[in-house]
Every structure is written in structure tokens, then in C-alpha cells.
Design a protein. Sequence first.
Lengths: 344, 342, 336
Amino acid sequence: MTDSPRRPMPGTPSHKKARLDALASTAAPSGSSGGSAGGGVATAVSDAGRVASGEGVSLWMSAWRRLRRDWVFLFGAAIVVLFIVLAVVAPLIAPHDPATRVLIDQVNRQTNPVPGPQPGHPLGADYQGRDVLSRLMVGARQTLLVGVLATLGGLLGGMTLGTLAGAFGGWVDSVVMRVVDVLLSIPSLLMAFSIAAMFRSPSQWTVILAIAIVQVPVFARLLRGSMLAQRHSDHVLAARALGVRKGPIVFRHMLPNAMGPVIVQATLVLATAIIDAAALSFLGLGNPDDRSPEWGQMLGNAQPYFDSHPHLAVYPALCIIVVALGFTLVGESLRESLDPKSRR
Amino acid sequence: MSTPLLEVDDLSVRFTRQGQEPFTAVDKVTFNVAPGEVVGLVGESGCGKSVTSLAIMRLLARRGNQVTGSVRFAGTELLTLPDAAMRDKRGAELAMIFQDPLSSLNPVVPIGVQVSEVITRHRGENRAVAARQAAEMLDKVGIPDPTRRLKEYPHQLSGGMRQRALIAMALACEPRLLIADEPTTALDVTIQAQILALLTDLVEQSGTALIMITHDLGVVAGLCDGVNVLYGGRIVERAKRHPLFAEPRHPYTGGLLGSIPRLDGDRDARLFPIRGSVADNIPWDHACAFAPRCHQEGEKCRTVAPDLLPDEEARTDGGLRLLRCHYPLTAADRQRIEEGRA
Amino acid sequence: MSRYIVRRLLQAIVTLFVLSLLLFAWLRSLPGGPVSALLGERSTPEDRAALEQALGLDQPIFIQYLRFLERAAQGQFGVSTGVLPGRDALEIFLSRFPATIELSFFALTLAILLGIPLGYLAARHRGTFLDTGSVLFSLVGIAVPVFFLAFALKYVFAIQLGVLPPSGRQSVGINATHITGMYVLDGLLTREWDAAWDALRHLILPAVALSSIPFAVILRITRASVLEVLDEDYVRTAQAKGLRAATIRGRHVLRNALIPVVTTIGLQTGALLAGAVLTERVFTFRGVGHALAYGFETRDYAVLQVLIMMAALIYILVNMVVDIAYAAIDPRVRVR
């Protein structure tokens, strides 16, 4: 147990790296790489308590069995489900069109820049006279889109790099992973800022791209790590001994088993993507076109009014916090339930 | 033997973990240890032997573990002792060594500190004196060049040396009782023998009583005065060493003995293993937990829980034996097993 | 040990090399190419020609890279176009650096002083209200956008309650001598207590906002690490030795549990730099982050170039120091 994967590896200790590697090591089924095989008294004791739990249950089934009773997971999942439902149906149920300046008549730059709550507009309107409640509801869709696309982009990039490195091995592997490590060592938000600043005219797509690129090394290392963890696991050795070729082993045996950690990481990345999008908007690196609202953009654009009309920022901020918390709770409890080490 | 040093009475440990069925790991275990006596607790992993020892030392976490019964050490009840008083006893009067010497040593603290901290704690010696006594202790357990070793870290020692260091820590304050929990399992065979010899020597010299926890009957044969065989958290057979080996009465004990390959036997001899695993246990409530794995299973085994009773039919002389079985092994059964092996 | 340090140094050099390549690539891919990016829109043709010459844009790509390195080594990064037009980019960094060090120091200290004890307590009382509460609190801490937290703090404590200053590093009326550029330290060094106190009051809100993420991360790492160590066999050995609770906690639990925490703290300097961009912007706290924020906003690539490079450099250095400290705590690292 001295070299627990959770502890940063000496030489290249990095919290991010170590965390990813620990997560990756949960990939191999039945914890062949994670758990302590020593069978010390502690394990004997916990074994004794688990005699009844049986062995034939799959990793996902036992994870689900734990999650079903985990209120942290249920709470997070409820938030996520609500958010997704809102994103789907919002345009149908929103009282107003989010881009129409329904209350523009009331807006006066000097005396009344932000119309307050009134009948038909419970949260008031923004600085352009648009209904805030409707914008928040419809904003769920764009926010989800940014989060999902950025995560998917990072995942695809990472999967390509990680699989390439894993498949080719040798110097390709060394070079790719060295670059990945350096990228991981750059503060991710700072990197997102720098990438977004490369484009002369920012748009929704540059925001998504910037956040996605930052996540590429994260997923690359994760996949690479879980492939490594599995390379020596019994089922891969067995497949190789049976003469299965490399490609099928990677795609049929190794990738599916890496799905657990990847899903966990994707859930957590979704949360950060939404928060990072807000930070980009705040620095003027976000999407300038606000006809289809997004929460991070609403929050970023509310900054001139913060001292006088804080509610314009508070509403989208609360939405972001709740949704980010929801995804984080789901991701963390998923990770714990899939980690053979934490099953006690 | 004279008055017992340790009296364990109806000791039970229930695991009450969240989201799991309560599980009785140790079920009304009763046994005594006399001063200087070597007692074995034998069984497969999961039989409750380690939990018993941790319960005696009060090292089980309070959450999720319910300990009942009584453990008296030199007349003092340990289970109700205040934490501070228990800490004063641990390491000074009762000590324990564990299975895996590497993980049982703190990786970032030098060996010397780990030995001398027991001495400073219980004897109130200052650091210099404690360090000198620690060096003497390391010398006593056969670690060469002890003064230099004091400054080394666990990863710099070999497996056998680590276990020796752990023994040094446990015996540094000359405890009256030492509990050794599978002390040789993690070691190479040659080292195992050395460590066992060392333990025997030391407890004999100092008159320390020893509880030897093991799954290895070979260890028992070389060391123990009395043996308790545990199965499913209960003692199923108790006897002195010689009678137990000569005439195992419980089918489980017989199975344990039958699982050992013998050099003097025929090369074609089959092993007589116990079928199944601990996972096949059934609860003791209205049955014998061992029934599903037992070659002797009869009609009462799945309906009536056997009690631990004095075994009057045993023929080998050697004092009182206890047995928990409806259909104990007879000479004929043992003969059959022997023939099966041949 | 010395072999370990040498190896770690070599590693840092490789990292630096890769980083310089990335930065070079970044600069090359800026809109309109590096020349327009560095000089801004209102540049004279002569300036452009001169810079093109200096960057060696007519030369093969690896020569361009060498030129880039050469200029970086000489501190020639160009002139600011947006943040402080006309000022030398490196100079801007140097003048702003002490403020950010001061802010980061306070924020990190706060995060450590709160995060480690709370993480330890949460682990010791696993599953209790204290544990769930502090874990949830840290998760919320991560979910709150840093700049929103900064705004909220500013709104409540500076605007509504008026107990702390809303922006800046020191009140205008204060007569303070500046030696190091770290105003609290300066006040202490010159015994201008009122100046030190005033600077400290300006630091509180930004430091609290900036510490939120490192605090949350340190808390959770400490908790996870202590939980893992509490399960280790050697802790049980220590208990079996009858050691006092304080000895077990200090020598056996914390000394092991803090090893990953130390590494994490080093890595949090990165999060601090990114957070400083947002926090300093909200509080108009004129440090490196403030300059970076305006650099991004005005696309001042000359300034961005220096600041990003320096941020990365500092980050690599800090982590190298942390790694060496790590080897000092954990004897196992030295051998390998």
C-alpha cells in the first residue's frame, strides 16, 4: 500500500497528474491494479464484512447499487436532470422571447438603466429591456451546449492523442506524453484565456474551442493511464495470449473499460467548462452576440451594473453555481463508487 | 497452569456498517492465556481470528464495530477501561505485531525513532537513553549494526529485518502479553523459520505470554501449547497441541491438517482439501456454519447449531478438549482420510 | 539527494523548452502574424520592418525560434499597446510583480491555515455533520466563479457595509514609502504602521476571494490523504504501541498525510495566477493579474507574451522547489 496511486509519483509530482492517474487506475475491472493484494489485517477485516456481497456482480452494477442510496449522487443527479429538461423545453415555456426588448421603453441610461421586477416580468429586465427570467430559462440551452461541446471536443482530442500514444508506443508515446504533461502543468484557466485571445473576433465557437483545447491533455493522460493500467491486467493478457490483434484489443477490450474514469472526468469537466465560459466572458473574450443568451455571458455582461443592480449578475451566477455543483456532485460520487479502493 | 493472565469471555464483535447487513465476525469466543503460555488461534482468513486480537487490544474503530463480552487482563477489565488507561497498557503490558512488516512501519520516520518512541512513552526515558535502549533492543532481535540502523528508514531494510524491528518495538517495554498476528505470512520461507525461532526464544527468556494468530498449522506445531481452532467467528475445537495433531476431532481441523502436503507420504498421495471457501458459510443460528463444506455432514447439521462441549470421546490423553460438532471425526474417519491420501 | 535535485533540474529544463516552443507557436499564430500582434494597429511601416528584421521572419523557422529565444533572454518583448501604451512590456511585469506576490502570499496562507486543519478534522470525524458540511462547502467553493465571489464580497463588505475598501492597494491620502513594492511589508520595514494597516485592509477582500479555490482544493486533498493514512497499517502499529494521541497525529498521521498536500500547494500557485487575473481585475488591484486581464481585453500581445512566459516560469520554479521539499520530507523519493 505504500505506492498508492493517489499519492503523486515521485519525480513528477503533480496533483493533476496524480489525480488523473489514480482515476485511470480504476479502469481495470475488479481492481487488479488498484487494490492492495497484500491482504493485511485491514483487508481481512473488511473482507470478513463483505462475505455476503458476492463476486459475480459487475463493476457498474455494484457502483449503481451504492449510488442508489447515496444522497449526494441523487441530489446532484436531480439538479443535472432538471437542468437538461430545462434546456430542452425552455424555449417552449419561456414567457417571452429572450432577444426581444419588451421593456426597452422603460430603459433610460441615466435614471433607470435596468427595469425592475413588475407584473409579467418577475425578475425584471436587463439593460436592453429584455425579460431576465426568459433569458435565464433559455440560457440553460446555450450553457448546456457550451459545456457539452467543450467537453466532447476535449474528449475527442484527448482520445485521439491518448490512443495514438498508447498504440504507437516508443518515442511517439514519449513525445506526446511529455507535451501533454507540460500542457497539464500550465494553469488551465490561463491557457484558456491565452487561446481565446488568439482570435481577433471572439464567438461562441472560440469559447468552446478554448475550453476544449485545455481539456485535451486531461483526457489524453487519463486514457493513456487507464490503457497502461489495463495493459497488464488479466483480461488483456488473456486476449493477447489468444492471438487477438492489437487494434481489436484496444477498441474492444481497453477502451470500453476506460469508460468509467472518462465518464467521471467528463462530468467534472462539464462543470468547469461552464464556469470557465463565464470567466472568458468576464474578460471580454466571450461571445459578443447576446441574442441567444448563455449564463456565463449574462454574468460577464452584467459587470458594469454590479454595484447598482447586483441582481443582474446574481441570477445567472446562482444558476451556474447550482448546475456546476450538480455536475461536480455527480462526478465525485461516481468516482468514489467506481473506485475499488473506496469500497468499504 | 496458574491463574490466567488473560481471560477472554464471550467476546463478540458485530460489524454494523452503513448500507450493509450487520455481520457477526466474532461470536462468543472464550479462552484463557496463562502467564508465559503460547496459545494459537487458527483458522482461514475471515474466520475472525484477527478481529479477536484487535478487539482484545481495543484497536477496532468504534464506529461500525460493536464489541461485547469481557476481556480481563491480569484481573482488569479492558473493554470498559478509559481510553487513556488503555493507551498506558498498550505497548507496555500488551503488545502486538502485525502481518505485513513494510506497511506496518511508518515509511517517513527512521526505525530508531519508531522503536524509541515506545520507550520514551512508557518508561519516561529521555531521547538519548531511549535511543541507546532501542539500539540494544535491535541488537537483541538480531539486527546487525544497530546504531547505524537506527537512522535508516523502513524501505532500506529487508523484509526479515523489518519484522525484527517490529518485534523490537513490541518487546521494548517487556510486555506480559504479545499478540502476533500472522507474523510470518509476508516473509520468505527461510526468514519465516528465523523469525519464529526468534519469537520463541524471546518469549521464553522474558516469560512473555504469546497469542499466535495463524492459518499455518506448521507454525502451531512448532510453537503453541494450546490451540483454538476458529471457524465463522466461533471456536470449533480447542485442545493441547499434541492431542490436536494426533487426533483432530472437528472435520474442519481434520481438513486443515489434510490440506498440508506431506513429505513423508506417497508422492501420488492426494491432498484432502476442504471444499468451497469461507464465502459458503451459513449463519450459526440454526445450523453449523461449516456444514456446506463438511465431508461429515449429517441430518442435524443444517437444523441445530452445535454447542462447544467437552469432548469426552477423544482418546488421546492431554487434558480437557472442547469441540463444537454433531458428528466428530472418529478413528475410522481419519483412517479413511489417510487411505484417501495414499 | 543531490542526484535527485539534478534530475529534477533537467526535467524543469525540458519542460521549459517545450513551453518555449508552445509560446513561440502561440505568438506565430496570433491574428495578422506576430508583427501586427506585437505592434498593434497603429504602427509605422518602419517599425514593422524593424521588428520583422529582429524576429527574423524572412529566415527559416528554427532561426526564428532562436531569435525569439534570444530576444526573450535579453528581455526584449516589445512595447505595450493596450495596458499602458508606450511602456516596455517587461518593465510593466516587474513593476506589477510585487503586488501579486503579496496578494498570492496572503491568499495561499489563508487557504493553508484554513484548509489543512479543516481537512484533517473532516477526515477524523468522517461522515459527521462537520465532514459533510466542509466537503460540501469546498465543492460549492469550486462551483462559484471566482470573479463572482470577488464581486459579491466587494458588494457586501465594501459597498453595503463599507467596512473594507472596495479597490486599489492603498488609500490615496496615505503617505507611504515603497521599498519592495509589497506595501504591507514596506509599511512594516519603514515602521509606517498606518500605511501597513491600510495596505492590509486593501488586501483582505481580494485575498479571501483568491483563496477560495486553493482552500477548497487543499481541504479536499488533506481530507482524502488523512483518510487514506488513517487506514494504513502503521497508524494501527502506532496505536498498538500505546502512543499518545498527539504523537500519533503529528508523527504518524500528519507527517505522511501532508506529503501530497505539499505538492498540491505548489500546484495551486498556478490556480492563484489564473485567479489573480479575475480577482485583481474586480478589485482594481494593480498587479500582474490586473495587467493580464487588460492585456486579454485589449489584445496587448507584447504584454501578454511577457506575462504568460513569466507566469509559466514562476510556476515551473515553484514546483521544482516544492518537489525538492517533497524529497526532503519523504525519504523514499530520494532513493529512486
